[in-house]
Design a binder for this molecule. Structure first.
Ligand code: G4P
Length: 530
C-alpha cells in the first residue's frame, strides 16, 4: 500500500456539541496539548451569539472566524490530527451534517448539567446514519450537574447508543476531586487551572489499596469502589471493534476550561480512533491506500471581501496523494484543473502545501468551479456519495425588487446555493424561486450577501410548507396522476429532481396513502443510492 505510513498516522475527527457545552474550549485545550497553540484564548468562538440574529456585521465576523477554525491540524505523539470544527448554532445544522461526511470519527461534548440537548440528538442521528465512531466527553464537572449514572442512562436512551465509561468522576462541583482512569488504573487529581497543563497523576493499580483513602478520603474512596464495581457489572468491557462500528461510545469526564480530563481523552482517542477510512462512490468503494488521488468538496467558503469573488473549497482527500500543480479531473464539469496554492490549516495559519494525504483537508481557491459534493480524481469517472441534503424547515419565495439587476440576483443566488447556504426549488410556471433553509438566520445572510456582494435587491415572502420531499417511483402512470393533481405543489431542486412541497404532516401522509407507489424522501441521500 502506497503512503501507508502517512495514512496510518492521520486522525480526522469532528467535534460537535449543543451550543455552550464547551466545544470551543475543548478544541482549544486539545490544541494546547498538541503544542499547536501556546496560550489559552487563541481559538475564537465561532458561535453566532444569541443576540446577533440581525446583526450582519456579527455574522460577517463569525464567517471570518469560522474559516480560520474550520480545520485545525496538530501533531500529538506519533499522530497527525485534524480537527474539523462545526457550527453549533442550529440554523447552520446543514453545514455540520456536511462536515460530518468528511470525518472518520467524532467527539461529542456534553454539559454535565444539561445532559443531552436537542441539537445533540440531531447530530447523533447523522452519526448513527453514517456509523461514525463517537467518543463522549462530559464537561464542566467542576460544576454541579446530573448524577453520572443518570447521565449515562440519558445518553443511552436519547442518543440510542451504548456507552462505556473509561474514566469516572470522583464527586462533582465543589466536591470534584478528579477522575479515575478505568483504562489504565490511575488517579488524576483535579485542581482548577485555566492556563497551564499541570497534572497530578497517581497510579492506583489496585482500587482496594488504602493509598486511595489517603489521597481522596475514606468516604469518597468507598463510594468510588462501589461505583466502579457497578460499572463493571452494568457495562460491557470496552471493545474497540464495537466502537469502530459505531455501536458503543466510550465516555470521559472532565472540565475543559480547567484542562482537566483532556489528556485521558486525547490519549485514548489516539489509541482507539480510526485511521482515515475509504468512501463509496457511484461506481465503487475507494480505499485510502489506493495509489491514485481522489477527494471531494464538502464545504465552500466565500471570500469576505466582496471585491474578490473567489472562494475556498474544502476538499477531503480520500485516496492517494494530492500534489500541488498537478492536473486533476473535475468530474462534474468534465475538465482538468490544477491548483497552484492549495492550503493546509495549521491552527490559525494557512500555509501552502505541496502534498496532502488521505484524511487531510485542504483549501482550494475557487473562482466558481466548485459545488458541494464535487469530486476530483486522476481521471477515473466517479462521484463520491453521501453529501446529503435534508428537507428544509422554512420556505420563502424570493422576489426580485430591482428588475435591472435580475442577472446579478440569478448569479448571486446560484452561487450561494452552491456554497450550501440554502436550498433552491424552482416552481413552474413563472420560474418562481422557493428558498428553503433550516433556520431564519440564513435568510438574513442571503439578503445581506445579495446586496453586498452582488448588488441585487430582493424580498422574501413566507410560504406555508412543512417539508420538501424528493419523489421517486417505478410507476410512471401514478407519478403522472400525482403531477397533474398537485402541480401547484411541485418544484425542481438544483439538480432538476422532482420535489413535493407538502403543506402539513397530514397532507403529506394523505399523499403517501393516495399514491402508494411513490416514495417521498425527506433527505436527498436516496439519490446517491441510485
Ligand atoms: P461552545 O463552543 O460549545 O458553544 O462552548 P464554549 O467552549 O464557548 O463554552 C461555553 C461556556 O462554558 C464558556 O463560558 C466556557 O468558559 C464555559 N466552560 C467550558 N468548559 C467549562 C468547564 O469545564 N467548566 C466550567 N465551569 N465552564 C466551562 P462563557 O461564560 O460563555 O465564556 P467565557 O467568558 O468563559 O469565555
Amino acid at each position: 500500500m502506497k503512503y501507508s505510513e502517512d495514512i496510518e498516522k492521520r486522525r480526522t475527527f469532528g467535534i460537535i456539541s449543543h451550543p455552550d457545552a464547551g466545544k470551543t474550549t475543548l478544541t482549544e485545550k486539545l490544541l494546547l496539548f498538541g503544542g499547536a497553540i501556546q496560550t489559552a484564548g487563541a481559538v475564537k468562538n465561532n458561535k453566532i451569539k444569541k443576540t446577533a440574529t440581525s446583526d450582519f456585521m456579527e455574522i460577517e465576523k463569525q464567517r471570518g472566524i469560522s474559516v480560520a477554525t474550520s480545520v485545525m491540524a496538530f501533531g500529538y505523539k506519533d499522530k497527525q490530527i485534524n480537527i474539523l470544527d462545526t457550527p453549533g448554532h442550529k440554523d447552520f445544522a446543514e453545514d455540520t451534517f456536511r462536515t460530518l461526511t468528511a470525518v472518520d470519527s467524532v467527539i461529542l461534548v456534553i454539559d454535565c448539567a444539561n445532559g443531552v440537548e436537542a441539537q445533540t440528538e440531531k447530530l447523533m442521528e447523522v452519526c448513527r446514519m453514517r456509523k461514525t465512531p463517537v467518543i463522549i466527553f462530559i464537561n464542566k464537572m467542576d460544576r454541579d450537574g446530573k448524577e453520572s449514572f443518570d447521565l449515562l442512562d440519558e445518553l443511552e436512551s436519547s442518543l440510542k447508543i451504548k456507552v462505556r465509561p473509561l474514566t469516572w468522576n470522583i464527586g462533582m462541583g465543589d466536591y470534584f476531586q478528579g477522575v479515575y482512569n478505568i483504562y489504565d488504573k490511575s488517579l488524576n487529581l483535579f485542581s482548577a487551572n485555566k492556563t497551564k497543563i499541570e497534572e497530578d497523576v497517581h497510579a492506583i493499580s489496585d482500587i482496594q489499596d488504602k493509598e486511595l483513602d489517603d489521597i481522596i478520603g475514606e468516604e469518597p474512596a468507598e463510594e468510588l469502589r462501589g461505583e466502579l464495581e457497578m460499572i463493571e457489572g452494568v457495562y460491557d468491557e470496552f471493545n474497540r471493534e464495537d466502537y469502530l462500528a459505531g455501536d458503543v461510545a466510550p465516555v470521559f469526564f472532565g472540565s475543559a476550561v480547567n484542562n482537566f480530563g483532556v489528556r485521558e481523552l486525547l490519549d485514548t482517542f489516539c489509541e482507539v480512533s480510526p485511521a482515515p477510512r475509504g468512501r463509496t462512490t457511484d461506481v465503487r468503494a475507494i480505499e485510502p491506500g489506493e495509489e491514485r488521488f481522489s477527494g471531494f468538496v464538502f464545504k465552500i467558503h466565500a471570500n469576505l471581501d466582496p471585491k474578490h469573488r473567489d472562494r475556498i473549497a474544502f476538499l477531503r482527500v480520500v485516496s492517494g496523494r494530492f500534489e500541488r500543480n498537478k492536473f486533476y479531473q473535475h468530474i462534474r464539469l468534465e475538465k482538468k484543473m490544477k491548483f497552484p496554492n492549495p492550503t493546509s490549516f495549521m491552527a490559525q495559519d494557512k500555509s501552502i502545501i505541496e502534498y496532502a494525504y488521505p484524511g487531510d483537508v485542504i483549501g482550494l481557491y475557487d473562482t466558481g468551479n466548485f459545488k458541494i459534493g464535487d469530486t476530483l480524481t486522476e481521471g477515473e469517472k466517479m462521484m463520491f456519495k453521501g453529501i446529503p441534503s435534508f428537507s428544509p424547515e422554512i420556505f420563502q419565495e424570493l422576489e426580485n425588487l430591482d428588475p435591472m439587476k435580475s442577472k446579478q440576483l440569478e448569479k448571486g443566488i446560484r452561487q450561494l446555493i452552491d456554497e450550501g447556504v440554502a436550498q433552491l426549488f424552482i416552481q413552474q410556471p413563472g420560474n418562481r424561486k422557493i428558498v428553503g433553509t433550516v433556520g431564519q438566520l440564513q435568510f438574513e445572510v442571503i439578503n445581506y450577501r445579495l446586496i453586498n456582494e452582488y448588488g441585487a435587491k430582493c424580498r422574501f415572502v413566507a410560504k406555508n410548507y412543512f417539508k420538501a420531499c424528493w419523489i421517486t417511483t417505478d410507476n410512471e402512470e401514478m407519478l403522472d396522476q400525482f403531477q397533474k393533481a398537485k402541480y401547484n405543489l411541485l418544484a425542481r431542486d438544483k439538480d432538476d429532481n422532482l420535489v413535493f412541497l407538502a403543506e402539513t404532516p397530514f397532507l403529506l401522509q394523505m399523499a403517501e396513502q393516495d399514491y402508494p407507489d411513490l416514495v417521498f424522501h425527506k433527505t436527498s441521500e436516496f439519490m446517491l443510492d441510485q
